[in-house]
Design a binder for this molecule. Structure first.
Ligand code: 2AM
Ligand code: CA
Ligand code: CA
Ligand code: CA
Length: 271
């Protein structure tokens, strides 16, 4: 069986695992701050996915948010990048609107990506060069839009920050409207379907964007950081994904703001 087919089957099984597990009690812990939560379900789902991949492919590499693969420093071979629950706050507060996200890269090149909207049971998936799908429906190529006629998704937390806030504020003012879904993977999936025209984040980890970036690329969209620079799949960075015209328009907002650029360089380094 191909990695892509195995991955789709695995992510659906992981979804079943989450749906069963969440019916029982689970512990909720704070990580770095009181709003940064992790549950037993996050950890157990990551271990479930990790074990299943290695059982099938003992020589593959796996990075996960909840602690697997912290020693991985290069992209040689087959690399699985896993977020067992993306949108943990939604999971805890809403028991819905969260996703499992799995991206596969081979020798650093995108191979396939899968995002499962667990409670709605929709699978967004793509293999490089073969198009993108929501379940078994092929997604149409993205149409160009301009900001004034676009919905964009972004988290209001970034708008209120001192140095980077003004650039985000301009985007909020110029956009037709903004949305915030609380799961980066779902934001990226929604961008791939065109229900939002772009999505912006100041800081994401590889497990948040690894799958979504591949799916967006397969509908002709573009993903870079907010300064328009290419993404290194092993690094934290800002993320800007959307149709090509809007992506280009939005890069201008950030790459022309000296205060934003300086803060971004301090947070994410030079490229
Ligand atoms: P998580 O639920 O897997 O932690 C919520 O706005 C989105 O941001 C989710 O995709 C969430 O992923 C992610 N997120 C949560 N805390 C974050 C942090 N400290 N830095 C970057 N992204 C974060
Ligand atoms: Ca988390
Ligand atoms: Ca995440
Ligand atoms: Ca997570």
């Amino acid at each position: 069986m191909e990695i892509y087919e195995f991955g789709q089957r695995l992510i659906r099984e992981a979804g079943d695992f989450v749906r069963l597990r969440m019916k029982k009690d689970f512990r909720i812990d704070a990580k770095l701050n009181p709003n940064d939560l992790v549950t037993d379900v996050d950890r157990e789902t990551e271990t479930y996915i990790y074990d299943r991949i290695l059982e099938k492919y003992p020589d593959h590499h796996i990075i996960g948010e909840e602690g697997h693969g912290t020693d991985i420093e290069d992209t040689e071979g087959v690399l699985w990048i896993v977020d067992p629950i993306d949108g943990t706050l939604n999971f805890v507060h809403q028991l819905q609107n969260f996703a499992v996200s799995i991206g596969v890269y081979i020798d650093g090149r995108p191979h396939c990506g899968m995002i499962l909207d667990v409670m709605n049971d929709h699978l967004y998936h793509a293999k490089a060069g073969e198009g993108a799908f929501k379940d078994d429906i092929r997604l149409a190529p993205l149409e160009d839009t301009d900001l004034a006629h676009s919905l964009v998704s972004l988290n209001s937390n970034w708008v209120i920050k001192d140095e980077i806030g003004p650039a985000f504020t301009k985007v909020v003012k110029e956009a037709r409207s903004t949305r915030s879904y609380g799961s980066a993977a779902l934001d990226l999936a929604f961008t791939a379907t065109g229900i939002v025209s772009a999505t912006l984040f100041y800081r994401l980890h590889p497990w948040d964007y690894a799958a979504g970036m591949i799916i967006i690329s397969e509908v002709g969209g573009r993903t870079t950081n907010l300064l328009g620079e290419e993404i290194d799949i092993l690094k934290k960075d800002s993320i800007l994904a959307g149709n090509r015209a809007l992506h280009g328009e939005l890069v201008e907002y950030f790459d022309s703001d000296e205060s934003f650029i300086a803060a971004h360089r301090r947070a994410h380094g030079e490229k």
